[in-house]
Design a binder for this molecule. Structure first.
Ligand SMILES: [Zn+2]
Length: 376
C-alpha cells in the first residue's frame, strides 16, 4: 500500500516552518489521542501516522532526506525505524515531552508525557452503564446506587521484577539506518512496560490475576442533566494487573424517562392544563404538579384558551449553573361536546348576546405572539 505523504498527513505545505509543523502535529495528536477515542482503530491509525510524519519532519536531517527521496529514504533493508512497522504507542508518547512542554500534558490524558525513564502505568478498561432518570430526579439531582460487575485484582496475586527489562519497563533497541545508528526505547514486550510480572495467582483468577466482583457504586448525578450526557466515575471501571496499575473509569450514560404529562424543552417545562368552560368564564384556582412539588395557581375570570402562565424558576436548573428555567402552563379551555336540552337552549340564546361576541382587545396577544414570547 502506498504511504500517504507526510505533509498531507499533517495537513501542511512543503514550505511549513518548524513551528508550523509542530503546531500541526500537536493538533493531530490531541484530536486522535487514544484516550479521547477509545477502541477507535481509525483514530489510532491516524494518531500513529501523524506521529510518524512528525518524527521525520521535525528532524532537519530526516526531513532533507525525505524531501529528496520521499518514503524511499527510510525503506529497504536498512530502513529499520519506521519503514514497515511504524512507531509503537510508547515511542509516540515519548515524543510528547517536547511537543506539549514537559509534564503539562500529563493530567488530561491519564499520566502520559512525564518524559525520561518511567514505567508505564497500565490502565484498566472503562465500563459503560446507562442510568434512567425521571424529570423529578433530574430537577433535584440524585445519588444513584448501581450494581456493577467489574474486574478487580484477586487477593493473593504476587508479582516479581520483570527479568527481561530488569524492572525498567523499557527495552533499548539499536537499529542501523542510512542516517546512522539509532537507539530507541520501546516498551518491554514481556511486562507491557509495568516492570513486573505475575509470580503466582490464586485459583479462580484469570490469566491477568483478575476476578469479577459485584460492587455497588454510588453515582452523584447533578441536577439538570440531559439525555445523552455522559458522566464519569473515576476508577470504578475494570482494574488492571500490576501493583502500579490504575483502574479504568465507569462511564454513565444518562437516559431520560419521558414524563406522562410534562414536556421538557431545555430548562423549561411545558404543561397542558385543561379547564372547563365554566371555570374559564367564572375563574377558579387549580393545583398543578410541577417537578418540585404542587403549586396552586389562579385562573382569572374570562381566561382565554391558549393563555400561557409562566411560573418563574419552577423549571429545571441548568447543568452549567446559569439559573433555572420556567414552568409554563398552557391553558386549554374545554368546549363541551355534548349538551342536554336545557344547555343547548341556553347557548342558543347566548349566541346572539353581545358578551359572547369575540372581541379580542389589544392587550390579548395572538397565538403567534405568545409563541414568539415563549422562545425569546
Ligand atoms: Zn519487562
Amino acid at each position: 500500500m502506498a504511504k500517504q505523504d507526510f505533509y498531507e498527513v499533517l495537513g501542511i505545505s512543503k514550505s511549513a516552518s518548524k513551528a508550523e509543523i509542530k503546531k500541526a502535529y500537536r493538533k493531530m495528536a490531541i484530536k486522535y489521542h487514544p484516550d479521547k477515542n477509545p477502541d477507535d482503530k481509525v483514530a489510532e491509525e491516524n494518531f500513529k501516522k501523524a506521529a510518524e510524519a512528525y518524527e521525520v519532519l521535525s528532524d532537519e536531517n530526516k526531513k532533507a532526506r525525505y524531501d529528496q527521496y520521499g518514503h524511499a529514504a527510510f525503506d529497504g533493508p536498512q530502513g529499520g525505524g519506521f519503514g514497515g512497522g511504524g512507531m509503537n504507542m510508547d515511542d509516540i508518547f515519548s515524543q510528547f515531552g517536547d511537543i506539549f512542554g514537559g509534564g503539562g500534558f500529563g493530567g488530561g490524558f491519564g499520566g502520559f508525557g512525564g518524559g525520561g525513564q518511567r514505567q508505564a502505568r497500565v490502565k484498566g478498561s472503562n465500563m459503560r452503564i446507562r442510568v434512567k432518570l425521571t424529570l423529578e430526579e433530574i430537577a433535584k439531582g440524585i445519588e444513584k446506587k448501581v450494581k456493577v460487575r467489574r474486574k478487580v485484582q484477586a487477593n493473593g496475586v504476587t508479582y516479581k521484577t520483570c527479568t527481561t527489562c530488569n524492572g525498567s519497563g523499557q527495552q533499548m533497541r539499536v537499529t542501523n539506518t542510512i542516517l546512522g545508528r539509532m537507539q530507541t526505547a520501546t516498551t518491554c514486550g514481556m511486562c507491557s512496560g509495568a516492570g513486573e510480572i505475575m509470580n503466582s495467582k490464586p485459583n479462580g483468577a484469570d490469566a491477568q490475576g483478575l476476578i469479577i466482583e459485584e460492587e455497588t457504586v454510588s453515582i452523584n448525578i447533578p441536577a439538570g442533566v440531559t439525555e445523552g450526557v455522559q458522566l464519569k466515575v473515576g476508577g470504578k471501571g475494570n482494574e488492571a494487573p500490576g501493583k502500579n496499575s490504575i483502574a479504568g473509569d465507569l462511564l454513565v450514560l444518562i437516559e431520560e424517562i419521558p414524563h406522562e404529562t410534562l414536556k421538557r424543552e431545555g430548562t423549561n417545562i411545558h404543561y397542558d392544563l385543561y379547564v372547563n368552560f365554566s371555570e374559564a368564564v367564572l375563574g377558579t384556582s387549580k393545583e398543578v404538579e410541577t417537578v418540585t412539588g404542587k403549586v396552586k395557581i389562579k385562573i382569572e375570570a374570562g381566561t382565554q384558551s391558549g393563555k400561557i402562565l409562566r411560573l418563574k424558576g419552577k423549571g429545571l436548573p441548568s447543568i452549567e449553573r446559569y439559573g433555572t428555567g420556567d414552568f409554563l402552563i398552557h391553558i386549554n379551555v374545554w368546549t363541551p361536546q355534548e349538551l342536554n336540552k336545557e344547555q343547548r337552549q341556553f347557548f342558543e340564546k347566548m349566541s346572539e348576546n353581545e358578551n359572547f361576541v369575540p372581541n379580542p382587545n389589544k392587550s390579548d396577544k395572538s397565538f403567534f405572539e405568545k409563541v414568539k414570547d415563549m422562545f425569546s
